[in-house]
Design a binder for this molecule. Structure first.
Ligand SMILES: CC(C)(COP(=O)(O)OP(=O)(O)OC[C@H]1O[C@@H](n2cnc3c(N)ncnc32)[C@H](O)[C@@H]1OP(=O)(O)O)[C@@H](O)C(=O)NCCC(=O)NCCS
Length: 161
């Protein structure tokens, strides 16, 4: 694949598009390699809900190297509104890049692509949730310009009583 002088994948070599049924097996394989857990039913369900229905507000995108089979990465999110008193905004709930080709700008290209989709859907804010100890996710999203938002997540164990 063509790289720029700065080591990033050239935009012209990259194709970011909506996930299709043909991508599904590659999505399942990539996620299994990254998380160590194969979840075909989960991804089939995500594809049904985010790849096929309400596609003006739900975005399941994959990055491919032009002219090759397989995927380099994925990002998924949707417009959500009025929960917890929030105005509608974009939410990103999954992002993954093939470990073999990280730190070459593919995650950033996916992030920018889904932000463009949210803008076209009329949104002016994008949110996500990151485990505090996950330095990689934190570094990535912060480098894309994301900062702490106005909400705090609360939880408790239901097993104690
Ligand atoms: C987070 C992730 C998507 C980043 O993808 P990527 O293609 O490597 O990211 P990019 O090359 O576009 O990097 C964009 C910025 O993120 C930051 N970044 C990326 N990788 C980093 C790392 N290892 N350490 C520190 N910062 C990093 C940098 O600031 C980088 O900007 P720079 O290139 O100007 O320095 C990728 O590492 C990944 O898939 N991680 C695992 C995700 C996962 O666990 N998914 C399953 C649950 S959803």
């Amino acid at each position: 694949m063509t790289d720029n002088v700065d080591g990033r994948v050239a935009e012209t070599a990259l194709c970011i598009q909506r996930a299709t049924l043909d991508h599904l097996k590659h999505v399942i394989d990539l996620d299994a390699r990254i998380t160590g857990q194969s979840k075909p039913d989960y991804w089939q369900d995500i594809f049904e809900r985010y790849g096929k229905r309400r596609v003006d507000q739900r975005f399941f995108l994959v990055a491919e190297a032009k002219g090759t089979d397989g995927i380099l990465g994925l990002i998924a999110g949707e417009v959500r509104g009025w929960e917890f008193g929030s105005q509608p905004c974009g939410w990103i709930f999954a992002v993954s890049v093939d470990p073999e080709i990280r730190q070459k700008g593919i995650g950033e290209a996916l992030f920018k692509a889904i932000c463009d989709e949210f803008r076209q859907a009329g949104m002016s804010t994008v949110r996500t949730m990151v485990r505090r100890q996950n330095q990689l996710h934190m570094s990535f999203f912060r480098s894309e310009g994301m900062m702490a938002g106005p909400y705090t997540q609360l939880e408790m164990s239901l097993d104690d009583e």
